[in-house]
Design a binder for this molecule. Structure first.
Ligand code: GDP
Length: 527
């Protein structure tokens, strides 16, 4: 295949994730998007909730008991002339470092806000990760069919709390709870929405010209027009360059549950959302899209299928064409890796994938030797920058109750660290048989304990520790903080970073006041 064909395919890709707080409507909008587009496949598992159709992953008994999934799903669909990859960012109890890591594999994010709640904690954390990576963000204000904040108030909140200028592309006619439709600011007409019975099909849309809209919607339309004039006066027009630089965020309004505004979102994603761009390597040199195949592992998943007892590495394609059966090189070991079993794992079965292009995600089974951040490539060696570590919020001491298994215990812990399941911390005081696990979500401790018991046959006990946040310090800082009540310092196995853990923000503040010379830097996604 020619270089040109790879570039053409890459240009058709839109790879994005939804960042939101639980209950803002992520699952609902995912389903609504799928109604508008032709679903090519679902990789991994989309969690099915309360009777809704969903693909429940079956990889772990614990997961089944709880009826939730720990899987990051990839949904691929065709829309207009594009291929859209929607990567799931697990929330609720599934919230973990993986959720953040998914954002290393996307080119764009949709920030989904509940019109009644505005910016919520998990959205802010995920937004910080987008900001760090300079990912362009499109904002969708959801649930406009029921009472909520005023549209201008929501824009103001976005601007003041996250410092990104909102540039609306649609504007609601009718306040939240009394929704008639939106004025499409690019087309300069109104789109009236009507529910389909049951809401199980795309909403009926009617284009209404301005004079007709004024007559039909009276004051509501007049108010919307006045608000739009206010926006025009305050420099809130869309600017593609500023959007791609993540300085501004286009804003759309809708109601995912009734499918209102979802088509507009897809259109904006296709028309304004960026296609994959060259991925910088560890030295900052971008690897061109048309270079031979390369990709990096952003997620590891163990035991997707208990009958197979294997590992799946999720890989984002960065350059070239991936073809199943290709023999690629595993960067860190220099060893060949066969991709005969490369899979897209569509639905609950595992379908093999035959080809993939930049922006796509593939699942590699039997990937026991791969770790988070590893590069795989053909012909020209590439090393991508290591994936960042994020601010842990939960801490637990873990040890084995069977001292004869000390060696195996350490091996298992190292394996979980390499897969990025948990962050592993050590301290001189506790010793190497008593590491501390740190995680973004508490569920990860259960995953770690379960895997140590099942895969390594090491019985363990896990005791949660009274810390809720960490800051990066240095060796001198660790010495200075020795003995400070409620504070403990550790070395992170993954990168040797020295971390200080605190029970809460207030204790951090007093320690910072008492030790002005000790560096206490926030970690990524600290808000
Ligand atoms: P998630 O946790 O972000 O995946 O949220 P869900 O998609 O499960 O939605 C949470 C709740 O909000 C569900 O009861 C949905 O039916 C409801 N919901 C989602 N979108 C809308 C909307 O546009 N309008 C209204 N009224 N409810 C919505």
């Amino acid at each position: 295949m020619s270089d040109n064909a790879v570039v053409t395919e890459a240009r058709r890709r839109r790879t994005f994730a939804v960042i939101s707080h639980p209950d803002a409507g992520k699952s609902t909008i995912t389903e609504a998007l799928a109604l508008h587009a032709q679903v090519i496949g679902e990789a991994g598992a989309v969690h099915g909730k309360g009777g809704r159709k969903g693909v429940v992953s079956d990889w772990m008994a614990m997961e089944q008991q709880r009826g939730i999934s720990i899987t990051s799903a990839v949904l691929q669909f065709a829309y207009r002339d594009c291929v859209v990859n929607l990567l799931d960012t697990p929330g609720h109890a599934d919230f973990s470092e993986d959720t953040y890591r998914v954002l290393t594999a996307v080119d764009c994010a949709v920030m989904l806000l509940d019109a009644a709640k505005g910016l919520e904690p998990q959205t802010l954390k995920l937004f910080e990760v987008c900001r760090h990576r300079r990912i362009p963000v499109i904002t969708f204000i959801n649930k406009w069919d029921r009472p909520g904040m005023a549209a201008l108030e929501l824009l103001d909140e976005i601007e003041t709390r996250i410092g990104v200028r909102p540039t609306p592309l649609t504007w609601p006619v009718g306040i939240a709870g009394d929704f008639h439709g939106v004025i499409d600011l690019r087309a300069d007409h109104m789109v009236h929405f009507e529910r389909t019975p049951g809401g199980s099909r795309a909403a009926i849309e009617e284009v209404v010209a301005a004079p007709e809209a004024a007559a039909r919607y009276g004051d509501d339309y007049g108010t919307a027009v006045e608000e739009i004039e206010l926006l025009a006066a305050s420099d809130q027009a869309h600017d593609q360059k500023l959007f791609l630089e993540a300085v501004t965020t286009p804003v759309l309004f809708g109601a995912a549950v009734a499918n209102f505004g979802v088509r507009q979102l897809l259109d904006v994603l296709i028309e304004l959302g960026p296609p994959p761009s060259p991925t910088p390597d560890v030295s900052g040199e971008p690897r061109p899209i048309e270079a031979p195949f390369s990709g990096f592992v952003f997620k590891m998943q163990a035991n997707m299928n208990p009958a197979h007892r294997d590992q799946v590495a999720f890989l984002r394609v960065c350059s070239g064409r991936f073809e199943r059966g290709m023999v690629v090189t595993h960067g860190p070991s220099g060893r060949p890796f066969t991709t005969k079993y490369a899979q897209a794992m569509f639905g609950s079965s595992r379908d093999t994938i035959d080809e993939a292009y930049p922006g796509d995600v593939i699942g590699l089974v039997n990937a026991t030797n791969l770790s988070i951040g590893d590069a795989l490539y053909v012909d020209r060696k590439v090393t991508f920058p290591p994936l960042p570590s994020y601010a842990p919020e939960h801490f637990a001491a873990i040890r084995t109750t069977d001292t004869s298994k000390a060696k195996r215990f350490r091996k298992g812990i190292a394996q979980l660290d390499a897969e990025g399941v948990v962050q592993v911390l050590y301290s001189d005081l506790r010793g190497e048989q008593a590491p501390v696990l740190a995680a973004v979500g508490p569920m990860q401790f259960e995953v770690a304990a379960h895997r140590l018991q099942q895969e390594f046959s090491v019985p363990v006990t896990v005791d949660s520790l009274p810390f809720s946040m960490a800051r990066r310090t240095d060796a001198n800082g660790a010495l200075a903080l020795r003995g400070a009540p409620g504070v403990e310092t550790f070395t992170r196995a993954r990168d040797g970073a020295v971390l200080a853990a605190f029970p809460n923000r207030w204790r951090l503040q007093t320690v910072a006041n008492d030790h002005p010379d000790v560096p206490l830097e926030p970690l990524l996604a600290d808000t």
